[in-house]
Design a protein around this ligand. Structure first.
Ligand SMILES: Cc1ncc(C[n+]2csc(CCOP(=O)(O)OP(=O)(O)O)c2C)c(N)n1
Ligand SMILES: [Mg+2]
Length: 343
């Protein structure tokens, strides 16, 4: 079993350029078949305009992307996708037991947010936490070991899928919505310490109608907490579609006095620009203010490794290659030459 985990994590690390054990950077593994001088080092792309709530203007509609950034985002998304598909398989083989909540299909959200904030900023999410555990610096080996209940896991094998933590990362929370007040508390600590850090607080559409969220939004607006609330709307909370669960699916307006943005959550550059905009907004010196981002997914493009679930929902598991990062991956292939991404 140990050997199998080592092989899987080493293979995934080949994509990331990270050490399997420590998470440290090993150096570039990308092999260029053509000279780098053949490619432009950076380019500008038109991105989708965000809908805004209580804001005069939203994030820019053009985004700069350097070659290194493009490859970095692609690596992150590809690694999370591969890790999740492997976890799915391990679950179906009964090697991962208990819960296994996968993040495949939402990779652009994690990659875009991480590209916009600093590692010293704080992040807390719901129970679909594998992707953020990786982007917050935990190695694939430690994540897979955690999922399989091993001592080498990031929570010593005692937390499993929903309870993984890292410095500046507060989980992985199994109770739907419970992490939202906690996130506001972390933002309050940042404000109190005056360290110019912010907290990104994520929740799903399934939590969006809970009372504790509205209480939190009220306090965040009142106290001007440096908190970015992010609703990852993947259109379903378990088997219930957002239309059946919510009188208003304009989640970006639901913070009321908190400004909001509706963002294309399938496009890493849109997410990055919106998250940058939100982070600047929160950090704006003495008048910092919370902001709500709604990251809209096109489809329930993610799996829960609960056998038969998709059949029950009548949804074909959307595992279409490149769906989440379709825009950026095809764009990067044109931009850099696809051969680089294949190694
Ligand atoms: C307080 C609470 N109620 C119910 C549940 C059971 N439950 C687990 S996941 C889930 C749906 C969550 O949907 P969403 O927030 O949209 O997250 P997604 O699965 O789409 O990522 C529910 C109701 C729970 N974990 N906690
Ligand atoms: Mg959902």
């Amino acid at each position: 079993m140990k050997t199998m985990l080592a092989i899987i994590s080493n293979a995934l690390c080949r994509i990331t350029g990270r050490s399997a054990v420590s998470g440290s950077t090993l150096g570039a593994r990308v092999v260029a078949s053509r000279s780098l001088s053949d490619f432009t080092p950076q380019a500008t792309f038109d991105i989708k305009k965000c809908d805004v709530h209580r804001l005069e203007a939203g994030p820019p509609v053009r985004a700069e992307l350097t070659r290194e950034q493009g490859l970095q985002y692609y690596r992150t998304m590809q690694t999370v996708r591969r890790m999740e598909l492997k976890a799915d398989q391990l679950y179906k083989q009964k090697i991962i037991r208990g819960f296994c909540h996968l993040y495949d299909g939402q990779e652009a959200c994690a990659a875009g947010i991480e590209a916009a904030i600093n590692p010293s900023d704080h992040l807390i999410t719901a129970y679909r936490a594998h992707g953020y555990t990786f982007t917050r610096g935990v190695s694939i080996r430690e994540i897979l070991a955690e999922l399989t209940g091993r001592r080498g896991g990031v929570a010593k094998g005692k937390g499993g899928s929903m309870h993984m933590y890292a410095p500046h990362f507060y989980g992985g929370n199994g109770i739907v919505g419970a992490q939202v007040p906690l996130g506001a508390g972390i933002a309050l600590a940042c404000q109190y310490q005056g360290n110019n850090q912010i907290c990104v607080t994520l929740y799903g559409d399934g939590a969006a109608n809970q009372g504790q969220l509205f209480e939190t939004f009220n306090m965040a607006a009142l106290w001007k907490l440096p908190c970015i609330f992010v609703c990852e709307n993947n259109k379903y909370g378990m088997g219930t579609s957002v239309e059946r669960a919510s009188a208003s699916t304009d989640y970006y307006k639901r913070g009321d006095f908190i400004p909001g943005l509706r963002v294309d959550g399938m496009d890493v550059l849109c997410v990055r620009e919106a998250a940058k905009f939100a982070a600047d907004h929160c950090r704006a010196g003495k008048v910092s203010e919370a902001l709500l981002l709604l990251l809209a997914m096109r489809a329930p493009a993610r799996g829960d490794a609960i056998l038969g679930r998709h059949a029950f929902l009548g949804i074909t598991p959307v595992r279409v290659k490149g769906l989440t990062f379709a825009n950026v991956s095809s764009l990067i292939c044109d931009f850099y030459g696809s051969s680089e991404l294949l190694h």
